[in-house]
Design a binder for this molecule. Structure first.
Ligand code: UDP
Ligand code: MG
Length: 307
């Protein structure tokens, strides 16, 4: 069986269209399937739309969260509930073309546990969004050891073996784009053109994007911490040279400056560096704290799936 996990946040208008397209492509594949809509606390009538669909179609399953928990958590919940031996993760807004599932599935049958959909073109997204996404994936590539594929969202097909591993990962700050490559096995990609949203607006504000980026970096790289240490050493060394120079100027020459400007610059600059260092450490510690607290990752209001 193939399970399709669809995170939903205010997508009422897109769901019926998506459903028809998914159904068409999955029926063509001739394997049983289930569609798991994870309603991540939508404020519109997505919930009613999904419930309606589920009445008429037994393949439609739903999980309603008690509030908005975020995209990555919605996908994780879908993976927890999925029964399929292959699972597709796809956005609800039509940006990931469902028709590509056929290609993903056939590729996975060649013996790949993970087949990514890698976008070669993105349409209808702002320049800033495309640029930040581009920089982010390239930065991740440099500062982590795991091969996170560039320009890849969560649209992919993964094998049950990988799903089980993901469900066993206890971390709360999910970054599936890093966790899936980390798992290993045989992974490959197929290319596609990213389309425009069918309707509605992105649920990913810059705020959410920054949070996702920080989760990705702190989960998979200690490089920022090392950077803080390195800059500390660098400035301590420069400071030491300055001390030598000051002592020399004070005792062996007559023309030493009152030096107000240089002092202010040093204090402000070093103050800034120190705050950055503390901030970086804070990012890691707050995540440790979240993990220790061990609250449930999400709260399900209701669902038609038996676990
Ligand atoms: N989404 C979600 N919770 C959120 C934000 C988004 O479940 O808090 C869903 C959304 O409905 C969509 C997918 O995650 O199916 C991707 O979100 P979106 O299209 O808004 O992001 P973008 O494509 O702009 O990066
Ligand atoms: Mg989208």
């Amino acid at each position: 069986m193939i399970s399709v996990v669809i995170p939903v946040y205010n997508e009422a208008e897109n769901i019926p269209v998506l459903f028809d397209r998914l159904k068409a492509v999955l029926e063509k594949l001739n394997v049983p399937f289930e569609l798991i809509f994870v309603n991540d606390g939508s404020a519109d009538n997505s919930e009613e739309v999904i419930t309606q669909l589920s009445r008429k179609n037994s393949e439609v399953k739903y999980i309603n969260f008690s509030r908005n928990f975020g995209h990555q958590i919605a996908v994780s919940a879908g993976l927890d509930y999925a029964h399929g031996d292959k699972v597709v993760i796809i956005d609800a807004d039509g940006q990931d073309p469902p028709e590509l599932i056929e290609k993903l599935y056939l590729k996975s049958l060649e013996g790949y546990e993970v087949v990514y959909a890698q976008r070669i073109r993105r349409q209808g997204e702002s320049m800033l969004k495309r640029a930040t996404a581009r920089w982010f994936y390239r930065l991740m590539k440099r500062i982590t050891q795991i091969p996170i594929p560039v320009d890849t969202g969560d649209f992919r097909i993964i094998d049950r073996k990988v799903v089980d591993q993901l469900n066993n990962m206890p971390e709360r700050h999910k970054f599936l784009r890093g966790q899936i490559p980390w798992v290993g096995f045989r992974q490959t990609s197929v290319e596609y053109n990213r389309e425009e949203r069918l309707s509605g607006e992105t649920g990913y504000s810059y705020r959410k994007m920054i949070r996702l980026a920080l989760d990705g970096i702190t989960s998979f790289s200690n490089w920022p911490l090392r950077l803080a240490t390195l800059s500390g050493f660098l400035f301590a060394f420069v400071g030491f040279l300055l001390i030598l120079y000051t002592l020399y100027a004070r005792f062996f020459t007559t023309d030493y400056e009152p030096g107000w400007a240089s002092q202010m610059i040093t204090i402000i600059f070093l103050g800034g560096i120190q705050l950055i260092g503390i901030g970086i450490i804070g990012e890691y510690i707050s995540r440790m704290n979240d993990n220790i607290r061990n609250r449930p990752l999400y709260i399900v209001k209701d669902s038609n799936i038996k676990e």
